[in-house]
Design a protein around this ligand. Sequence first.
Ligand SMILES: CC(C)(COP(=O)(O)OP(=O)(O)OC[C@H]1O[C@@H](n2cnc3c(N)ncnc32)[C@H](O)[C@@H]1OP(=O)(O)O)[C@@H](O)C(=O)NCCC(=O)NCCS
Length: 137
Amino acid sequence: MSIMTAAFDPFYCEAWNRSQCDGMMKQLGVYCLVVTIKEKPAGFLLSRTIFDESELLLLAVRPEYRKKGVATALLKKLISKAHFEDTKCIHLEVRDKNPALALYYSLGFREVGRRINYYKSLNGDLYNAITLSLIII
Ligand SMILES: CC(C)(COP(=O)(O)OP(=O)(O)OC[C@H]1O[C@@H](n2cnc3c(N)ncnc32)[C@H](O)[C@@H]1OP(=O)(O)O)[C@@H](O)C(=O)NCCC(=O)NCCS
């Protein structure tokens, strides 16, 4: 939760609260990976696998550890896990214009759909959601 609070800009209302995380962590197929640097939590991802498809639910890195490859390392681990478990694809949804898009594209994710005006920020502005997928096998 400390990474969540530090990483997500409250303006976009994208961070999950503790009860949302607790509820998700109890579900089957949920995977949480945390990176620590010098014993301090630096970043995490949360994903869920149902049958042969995975969804990346959250990816976050504390601002002071950004641009050092932490998110790339987390995603590469998720992709290796998917290969190992014969998962067919990894899906995710991200706000249009989020800098994370460049990261996802660099790892092979491609746009497969859009939800118009799906996200609402604190001031009521609406943003499209972009659905990306990475085909594993
Ligand atoms: C998106 C996020 C997870 C990236 O974490 P990170 O550890 O800094 O990412 P990496 O260092 O692995 O970056 C890899 C590549 O992603 C791209 N990238 C990452 N952050 C970027 C930024 N702010 N602006 C532009 N490109 C960026 C770059 O292509 C970068 O490669 P480069 O360093 O060679 O230029 C982090 O900025 C974050 O926590 N953001 C807030 C939460 C969020 O929006 N999560 C994603 C949606 S759920």
